[in-house]
Design a protein around this ligand. Structure first.
Ligand SMILES: [Zn+2]
Length: 182
């Protein structure tokens, strides 16, 4: 775990009285850079965490909003995708760390603080839609890189027959192979 994140994204629950507590975190470029495999390289998000504390359970409600920069699936240029979502995490206080389910974990009570960076990271990535493309403008036209759109159009006309031909060639080569093998 990144040491800086451990300091920056932690919820110190020890000594807090029961009831509700609020914490605020900024998720920026340096946050994503600290995760080597992060699909998102740049972002500017705010996370507000409302924590309900009871003797054995912390209920954390995350409200995350802002934007991330990701490559467009269609034209490959990066664009800003707005995100705004909520997640709930149930954190039981116990003897040792354990993941009970997707949103329920047990942490060591004696640690006194809970580092949430890994959860913030996962939540933001899970919030990304399957299809990531530039939004359309007010006239319903894509705002993608116009040069790439033009190229894609040209390719979609010319690539298909070639692809079919290639596939056929590979098929017949395979068929020959099996014929000879017998
Ligand atoms: Zn695009």
């Amino acid at each position: 775990m990144c040491v800086r994140n451990a300091e920056r994204y932690k919820i110190p629950f020890k000594g807090l009285k029961e009831g509700e507590h609020t914490f605020d975190f900024e998720i920026d470029r340096s946050f994503f850079e600290s995760f080597e495999r992060s699909e998102i390289k740049e972002g500017d998000l705010h996370a507000r965490v409302n924590m309900q504390k009871t003797p054995r359970l912390l209920t954390l409600e995350f409200h995350i909003s802002g934007s991330v920069r990701i490559p467009c699936d269609r034209c490959l240029d990066e664009f800003e995708m707005p995100l705004s979502f909520r997640e709930t995490l149930f954190v039981k206080l116990g003897e040792r760390f354990e993941e009970e389910s997707a949103n329920t974990i047990i942490i060591r009570e004696e640690d006194g603080a809970f580092v949430i960076s890994q959860y913030l990271y996962e939540f933001v990535h899970l919030a990304l839609p399957m299809r990531r493309v530039h939004p359309d403008d007010e006239n319903g036209h894509p705002t993608c890189n116009p040069f790439m759109l033009k190229k894609l159009k040209e390719l979609s006309v010319s690539v298909d027959p070639k692809e079919t031909e290639m596939t056929d060639q590979r098929w017949s080569a395979l068929k020959d192979y099996f014929k000879n093998a017998n």
